[in-house]
Design a protein around this ligand. Structure first.
Ligand code: 4NP
Length: 149
């Protein structure tokens, strides 16, 4: 199964979710392909936010090679699940949707944007993302028979 996490900038929430989910999938022995993207282009081609890199490294997840990219309409055909990490992000999907059926792949969640915050907000965000990934692993594996036999 291919999962794409989407936030606004692809420098805080979605790269964090990508890295955490990859780690959890490996630990659970699941064969998942996971990527992330942002709906805006402001940080395209650049690294993750340094505060994102720090909180991830503090928790054994290395994001130093992340390169931000923008969401594109082709992602609807390439991925099985598109996880929008905020309502605002799901709203921005309207710009990329070319067929109503594409909405069937979209999961909407609400993870607060830590970008305007400090270390405390990044720690909270990381913990929230960990819970979200656990919940998604459960949800997707219930539907797709993902768990190892
Ligand atoms: P993210 O955080 O969507 O979690 O990567 C943000 C990063 C940058 C901006 C907004 C949110 N920005 O407006 O540039």
């Amino acid at each position: 199964m291919k999962i794409l996490f989407v936030c606004l900038g692809n420098i805080c929430r979605s790269p964090m979710a990508e890295a955490v989910m990859k780690k959890k999938a490996i630990e659970a022995g699941l064969n998942l392909h996971i990527e992330s993207a942002g709906t805006n282009r402001y940080h395209k081609g650049g690294p993750a936010d340094e505060r994102t890199i720090k909180i991830c490294l503090d928790n054994g997840v290395d994001l130093r090679s992340h390169i931000a990219r923008r969401f594109r309409t082709a992602d609807f055909s390439e991925f099985d699940k598109i996880v929008c990490l905020a309502d605002e992000v799901a709203e921005e999907m309207n710009e990329f949707i070319t067929h109503p059926k594409q909405w069937e792949k979209v999961t909407r969640l609400e993870v607060g944007d830590p970008w305007y915050g400090g270390e405390k907000e990044f720690i909270q965000c990381f913990k929230h993302i960990e819970q979200v990934c656990e919940m998604l692993l459960q949800k997707f594996s219930d539907h797709q028979n993902l768990l190892p036999k």
